[in-house]
Ligand binder design. Sequence first.
Ligand SMILES: Cc1ncc(C[n+]2csc(CCOP(=O)(O)OP(=O)(O)O)c2C)c(N)n1
Length: 697
Amino acid sequence: MAIRDPDQLAVNTVRMLAVDAIQKAKSGHPGTPLGAAPAAYALWQRVLRYDPAAPGWPNRDRFVLSAGHASMLLYALIHLAGVRTPEGKEAVTLKDIQSFRQAGSRCPGHPEYGVTTGVETTTGPLGQGAASSVGMALAGRWLAATYNRPDFPLFTFRVYALCSDGDMMEGITSEAASIAGHQRLANLCWIYDSNRVTIEGHTDIAFTEDVGGRFAAYGWNVIRLGDANDLEALTAAYREAAACTDRPSLIIVPSHIGYGAPHKHDSPEAHGEPLGEEEVRLTKAFFGFDPDSSFVVPEEVPGHFAAGVGARGARSRGEWESLFAGYRARHPDLADALDRIFTRRLPDGWESALPRFAADAKGMATRDASGRILNALAERIPWLLGGAADLYPSTKTRLVFAGAGDMQAGEMQAGEMQAGEGGGGGASAGGRNMHFGIREHAMCAIVNGMVLSGLRGFASGFLIFTDYARGSIRLASLMDLPVLHVWTHDSISVGEDGPTHQPIEQLVSLRAIPGMIVIRPADANEMAEAYRVALGIRDRPVALIGSRQALPILDRNEYAAASGLAKGAYVLADGPGAPDVILIASGSEVALSLAARRLLGEEGIAARVVSMPSWELFDAQPPAYRESVLPESVRARVTIEEGSTIGWHRYAGPDGIVLGMHTFGLSAPVKVVAEHFGFTAERVVEAAKTVITRSKG
Ligand SMILES: Cc1ncc(C[n+]2csc(CCOP(=O)(O)OP(=O)(O)O)c2C)c(N)n1
């Protein structure tokens, strides 16, 4: 009987678990699990080198479900393959599946990294998974180039992503596919579940391009299949993709959404709602399952998975463990570095690489300071790497020390590259400088993928263009990933480039992302302290915000130490007695506040200046510390930041004045812009006097 064919039985069990879970939850997307189950199954069961007993194994093949709305497909596979948590428990139990989309279940609506073992990255916003898979593939290739040694091919993993029509429509996917093609990422394979149905109907209404032709033009190896249910053809396609050593592969699988559901087959109705009780019964009948039973796992299915992906994974992982033991004996230092990479630890003493900057009234732009600090640290931390979206000359994020090199597919000697391009080395897969091209969104998703693979990745660009990358920036925070963001040109003080390039609402919008730490240092030494904080953090992204213009390097004999930055805000300058007024500022406006303080002092008014580079760090301090910086008794307060005023009122208090931006900026020289919008010491003085009067009244 066909139904007892073990492969078909396993595929159909995946389908039925998805259908039942979605029906019970009265919410979810059954269509794609029904259509794409064979493609996912063939990959897991026959190809993926993945040990369900050790899903954190560094050299495992990665499977990313970019079409995250089809989450039940992944949960069913994790359950049936018997994936275990680090504590040895079932990663997804049948009970989790039965409580799909409910609080406390390991099966949330969309796959969430960190919630469910076996989920390699959070997906759901279409395109994110595909783009992050490029970062994983780049990381795999970088790890191989950096740590593999003759006789020790430690890193050989491949990265697979299952993509839907929606993934293929999103711009981020095109950006990422373009990079992957340029980088000739042969360890990357995307499976395009081409069911030609989205929410609003057939893709004919909005998406008629030749996707295969597009990917061929990107430089991909494109494989077209005929039948989404043909496990042999699928398996052969995966093998063909693996045999292609000079390009990434796209396998186009023409499938049927809602396959097996008689009234929902090929219909958008199969997409975003449960099939319905009666349709579920008919679908079960179609696949030879009992219409009266739910959540059925035929007893031979787990064993079948164990004999397939389980046995192959255990064998591969076992071989790898012995390989790594030999490697450890032969290359102890490299093995130690890998231990650190996979536990997110840094080399001992890395902080001693942090430079200190001498006081200098003329000063230095914090982007320049950032560049020097980043270089000093990256030289000490070999797996700190990344790049900019075609802006490193502006963001100063190029790593220029000897051997840093470019991350490229081909070998290239420094001499063959344009002057300055090599960054102290040629180009290779092990290079430290990634050219993301002008693709901010993919850049941030790719860096997420790199960090998911153990590397300390950084992304960089103009602060204004975080808007282009926001989808990926917020996912880094949702996943608790220690991504380093370096965003420069941080305010209207960009000057002549004008309002298109002058950030207004970007700072507050980054601060609005839960978990993310935003730091806008006031001078070079605060920037060094910001890096100390950023790299010391292992479980959340940090955005370092740098100025384009020079800022005075404060004399720390006169002012408090920059180490106060770690607390988010600190008293930088103060008199002996209680202050008449507190000036609170971040970044470039700290120097402005110090100038205002001097003017106030001439009039006998005692001002305290608080440098507040990070709200998030300050808000996390104990109440006593916060009270010591911003005493409740001092209600005369002025906050100053060249950005949106939203959020500053909670530090300004009820009597305070918030100086910030209420409009877009202006194209003019920096000084003119500052005067135009009132960022002058005189205006701060005026505001200070107003709040002093107000607070007395
Ligand atoms: C960035 C983004 N925009 C919109 C959505 C909402 N959404 C979820 S699935 C989907 C489209 C579904 O079509 P397709 O990608 O072909 O998936 P399939 O119908 O094959 O399941 C949309 C628009 C989303 N998840 N992410």
